[in-house]
Design a binder for this molecule. Structure first.
Ligand code: DGY
Length: 325
């Protein structure tokens, strides 16, 4: 009998078709929202789940002796998984590192550019028919080239953004991270380690690329924003909850910093209503990894993790080390 696989959200048809050769697939291609009860029931009846970053796998969902053996997240971030709880009941967890690094870094850089150069704000102005004549100071923004790029969280994506900034835009790159990079990687990225306070005070453009956890909750709140330059910009492509969105909306309204670019939000897809009211913020709906090629690679890696787990007992990119149940 084929193992039963739940695909929680719509994914590429070609991936579903190849999975169907090895698994009895139940797929939510209609994207029907899961109630907590329906989600728990669905998980209880499957051997494997291909999830996205919005599908929780935790002790409550799993119960004491789950049928589930593996949950493969189609995301590099995995704060929707309680990995220790999964490990405790023998469920393998996987994510999709590497395949999205460069694409996500491209988007992070695009958001830095759009935020510094006021692209969304000026486009809205033009569309609204307000553009009557050229002016010397019209939407004057901040320089990107030659400025100081600060990066909070220096994993693969942070490093890819650093390379873009240093090599492509001649930026001075500083970073803060739980651990300092080795000297070779620092040299490759042309990045220097600083403490968080220096990062906040010195960056012209600060980009957040750290994973979400209880420790990084509101890593950027009112007091951190207060330390930033009034001309600085802030970009969040990491996870909602790392920034205190309410505090940021106040700071943007009061021009405590120049502007922000946000791809992720606390409680998304809801967006703090005060962020929608300020013009000096670029808002995008969690699309940093969204190119056709990369999203396909992410779906394929999640599928390959499940296939590999069932064929030889080993997932390709595991977050925990589990014996096959
Ligand atoms: C990721 O891969 O973590 C992206 O944010 C998509 O969820």
């Amino acid at each position: 009998m084929k193992p039963k696989l739940l695909v929680a959200r719509p994914i590429f048809q070609s991936v579903i078709e190849s999975l169907s050769k090895k698994f009895e697939v139940t797929s939510n291609q209609a994207d029907t929202p899961w109630t907590p009860e329906a989600w728990q029931q669905a998980i209880a009846h499957h051997d494997a789940a291909l999830t996205t970053g919005s599908d929780p796998i935790n002790a409550n969902v799993l119960g004491a002796q789950p049928r589930l053996k593996i949950a493969a997240n189609m995301a590099v971030g995995f704060n929707n998984f309680d990995v220790p709880a999964m490990t405790a009941v023998g469920v393998t967890a996987t994510n999709t590192p590497d395949v999205l690094t460069e694409t996500t870094a491209d988007f992070g850089f695009a958001l830095i550019m759009a935020t510094a150069r006021r692209m969304a704000e000026s486009e809205h102005y033009l569309r609204a028919g307000h553009w009557k004549q050229w002016r010397y100071d019209m939407f004057a923004g901040a320089e990107v080239h030659g400025s100081t790029l600060g990066i909070l969280g220096m994993g693969r994506i942070g490093q890819a953004i650093a390379r873009r900034g240093a090599l492509g835009f001649g930026m001075k790159v500083i970073y803060h991270n739980r651990s300092k990079l080795d000297a070779t990687t620092e040299a490759e990225c042309k990045a220097s380690y600083v403490d968080k306070e220096t990062l906040l005070k010195t960056s012209d453009h600060l980009v957040l690329v750290l994973p979400y956890s209880a420790a990084s909750h509101h890593a950027i709140g009112a007091s951190e924003i207060a330390q930033m330059k009034p001309t600085a910009t802030l970009v969040n492509i990491a996870r909602g909850g790392i920034v205190d969105d309410a505090a940021l909306a106040v700071a943007l309204k009061n021009k405590q910093i120049a502007a922000a670019g946000l791809d992720v939000f606390e409680g998304e897809p809801s967006v703090h209503p005060d962020l929608l009211k300020v013009s000096n913020v670029v808002l995008t709906p969690h699309i940093a990894s969204s190119t056709v090629k990369t999203r396909l690679a992410m779906a394929q890696l999640a599928a390959d993790n499940i296939a590999s787990f069932f064929s030889n007992g080993k997932a390709l990119t595991p977050l925990n080390q589990m014996a096959v149940k």
